[in-house]
Design a protein around this ligand. Structure first.
Ligand code: TYD
Length: 211
């Protein structure tokens, strides 16, 4: 319904969605695609809010630091991602959606299913916990890339790189993302140039009638 309202407002043959999430393993170019999509929608006169998880708030900052300085226990890490997301949902996501802005996120709870899933938690249970407080997106765009390309993009070779970015972990995360089969999940081939991937993102958004 919301996408239809935007379509009518713009008078263009595109249905845009109000809550858009980019997901994918490290190195797939999510932040570039968030920026390109935000620019495209802003140019069409929409109010666009972009954000990312972990956030730059206190919990998110602690999580980023821990990736470099020493990994937290699985439970501590999971709790911090949930605290960070609760604040994000209450302070930014819900207010922006309520006033009709388009929200575009670089990662959301599907990343928790993947990255904390591989630390021993059940991805389905993680999702159940998140769905109690975190609204479902209108569309999730999963940027897909083979591991070798992803690892070379993030500069990891022969076991180098930070704790979050190891090959085995990325393979398992990839598998969790691959297991998502909701109607709102769309997969985009991220091997192409940023401009080509952006075109595919626009195509994915316009291919669905949101009524
Ligand atoms: P990332 O998007 O790579 O940010 P940046 O490169 O700007 O630091 O996110 C940092 C890491 O956080 C990434 O490896 C995935 C991880 N992560 C989780 O483990 N669980 C989560 O719920 C989220 C949102 C991210």
């Amino acid at each position: 319904m919301r996408g239809l309202q935007v379509q009518v407002l713009l008078g263009v043959p595109l249905s845009f969605f109000m809550f858009i999430v980019f997901e994918g393993i490290d190195g797939t170019g999510k932040s570039t695609q968030v920026r390109l999509l935000a620019e495209a929608l802003t140019a069409r006169g929409l109010e666009v809010i972009t954000s990312k998880e972990p956030t730059d708030g206190p919990h998110g900052t602690r999580l980023r630091q821990s990736a470099q300085s020493g990994r937290l226990s699985p439970q501590e890490e999971l709790d911090l991602f949930h605290l960070d997301r609760r604040e994000h949902v209450e302070n930014l996501i819900k207010p922006a959606l309520a006033r009709g802005a388009v929200v575009i996120l670089d990662r959301y709870f599907f990343s928790t299913m993947a990255y904390q899933g591989i630390r021993g938690f059940d991805p389905i249970e993680i999702r159940r916990i998140n769905e109690k407080f975190a609204p479902l997106p209108d569309i999730v765009l999963i940027l897909e890339l083979d591991l070798d390309t992803a690892l070379s993009r993030i500069g990891v070779r022969d076991g180098q790189g930070n704790e979050f970015e190891q090959r085995d972990a990325l393979q398992k995360c990839h598998d969790v993302f691959a297991s998502l089969d909701d109607d709102f999940v769309h997969r985009i081939d991220a091997r192409k140039s940023p401009e080509e991937v952006h075109s595919d993102v626009i195509r994915a958004l316009s291919s669905i009638q949101f009524i």
